[in-house]
Ligand binder design. Structure first.
Ligand code: BGP
Length: 483
């Protein structure tokens, strides 16, 4: 008799996720090189031209390299670099089983193409992994989360240049050897699909580079080859460890049951999923070749590249999920990602303060869709609610809205597991307040742990617990039952 699975499996990886450039600070300490993220200046909401303020053009880059006084929030993060013991102790108090974090490539290779790694950078992550091990917290490590050494942009034009494959291979082999036995779960590029929407964020390509959009696909191809080579290196160096990929998921519904709307939603789905098709199935899907042909996009791929991509596919799939989107055949070319919006309102959903449409059931749909399509273990590597928190006179922060958001998503995860999906972990985004990726705001907060800092870097950096802290602790202690 077939048994229906109930509840979260034993050993489910409950935890939280951050990225080096949003949390660490200490941007010029212990030999670290400057990164693409270090050059993103804070732009107040009223002055922003788009939703995001994370692209950088040549003039901005040159100015940022000289500007030591400017407000570049990702340079200071929340100073995890000097607070990691305190922060990890708080994660442990909540009962974290896993912590997803990233390594800043420029701490290990300050210029990206250096012959030798920077020992102080390697030692920092040794200390972080040892601290996590003290509490039995499993690290899940992203190798490149929205940043890279700026020298690779300056001297090579970022990931559009094939040479980056070799530099990344050297970086991968260095960290795999160093952290062998300490890190079991790796993933290559954060939200690998973001490269097509922000070539600077995803690939270190300056936003005013000629043909930046087309180059982004060439850059994505180089990242596919680099990901395959990383899996190959991991198999050689630490065969017990697992290599995953990471997608910024854009679950998109047709606006109506008009087949034209459905077709549009399917197109957007292909546009989002092709990255995972390549990394998990090891093939470039036909629909993508057709899209390239229609849009006059030609990229260089060698037979050797394709053989590597085929041979070294990922062991698991991870994705971020914050919201869902709506597609209409009447709309223009809609290409959206977690941090952008299609602009079409879904009348059945409510939105966050930043207009992200909250859709817990969409998470169940997504989990089922992914498991049907790839039949690989899944990890939700980001999910959560960015909100303006209010500190009451007595110091308490009553973030019931955050608890409500997460409770509803966790409920849908459990239902998806019951549907038969192999989901092995949930690392919600930003367990401690950090700098926003899309807007560089400090005031867009996701955490269970409040950090006293404003958008301009004023504050004591003191950590304090929000109401959600004890709530998540209870969720983990009961393996998701008591929520
Ligand atoms: C994802 C990124 C994260 C993160 C999150 C929330 O797209 O992988 O780095 O920050 O979104 O976005 P934001 O910080 O803009 O609210």
């Amino acid at each position: 008799m077939t048994q229906v699975k109930k509840g979260f499996p034993q050993g489910f990886l409950w935890g939280g996720a951050t990225a080096a450039n949003q949390v660490e600070g200490a941007y010029d300490v212990d030999g670290k090189g400057l990164t693409t993220a270090d050059l993103v200046k804070f732009v107040p909401k009223e002055e922003r031209t788009g939703v995001m303020s994370l692209d950088v053009n040549k003039a901005q880059m040159e100015a940022a390299l000289k500007d030591v006084e400017g407000n570049y929030p990702k340079r200071r993060g929340v100073d995890f670099y000097h607070h990691y013991k305190e922060d990890i102790a708080l994660f442990a108090e909540m009962g974290f089983k896993a912590y997803r974090m990233s390594i800043a490539w420029a701490r290990i290779f300050p210029n990206g193409d250096d012959a030798e790694p920077n020992e102080a950078g390697l030692a920092f992550y040794d200390d972080v992994f040892d601290e996590l091990a003290k509490y039995g917290i499993e690290p899940i490590v992203t190798m490149s989360h929205y940043e890279m050494p700026i020298a690779l942009t300056l001297n090579y034009g970022g990931w559009a240049n094939r040479k980056l494959i070799d530099f990344f291979d050297n970086y991968a082999r260095t960290i795999f050897k160093r952290y062998k036995g300490k890190v079991k779960y790796w993933m290559g590029f954060n939200e690998i699909n973001v490269i097509a929407l922000s070539p600077y964020t995803g690939g270190g390509i300056l936003s005013d580079t000629e043909n930046a959009d087309k180059l982004a696909y060439q850059a994505a191809h180089h990242q596919f080859v680099a990901s395959a080579l990383a899996k190959k290196a991991l198999l050689e160096i630490d065969p017990e460890a697992k290599m995953g990929c990471m997608l910024g998921r854009m679950t998109t519904y047709p606006e109506t049951c008009n087949p034209e709307d459905v077709l549009k939603a399917q197109f957007l789905d292909h546009f989002n999923l092709f990255y995972v098709d390549v990394l998990a199935k090891g093939i470039y899907p036909e629909y993508l070749d057709a899209y390239f042909a229609e849009n006059n996009i030609t990229i260089e791929k060698t037979d050797e590249d394709l053989a590597l991509i085929k041979a070294y596919t990922v062991d698991y799939i991870s994705f971020s999920y914050y919201m869902s989107l709506v597609a209409s055949s009447k709309g223009g070319k809609e290409m959206t990602v977690g941090n952008l919006m299609s602009g079409i309102k879904n009348p059945y959903l409510e939105s966050s303060d930043w207009g992200w449409q909250i859709d817990p059931v969409g998470l169940r749909i997504t989990l089922n869709h992914f498991y049907d399509r790839y039949n690989l273990p899944l990890l939700i590597s980001e999910n959560g609610l960015g909100a303006h928190d209010v500190v009451e006179a007595d110091g308490s922060i009553n973030d019931d809205y955050r608890i409500d958001y997460m409770r509803k998503h966790i409920e849908q995860m459990e239902l998806a597991i019951q549907d038969g999906v192999d989901l092995f972990g949930y690392t919600m985004w930003g367990p401690i307040d950090i700098i926003s990726a899309s807007t560089s705001e400090m005031s867009k907060r996701y955490g269970f742990i409040y950090v006293d800092q404003d958008d301009y870097g004023n504050g004591t950096l003191k950590r304090s617990k929000k109401k959600s802290f004890d709530w998540y602790k209870k969720v983990i202690a009961t393996n998701g039952k008591d929520r």
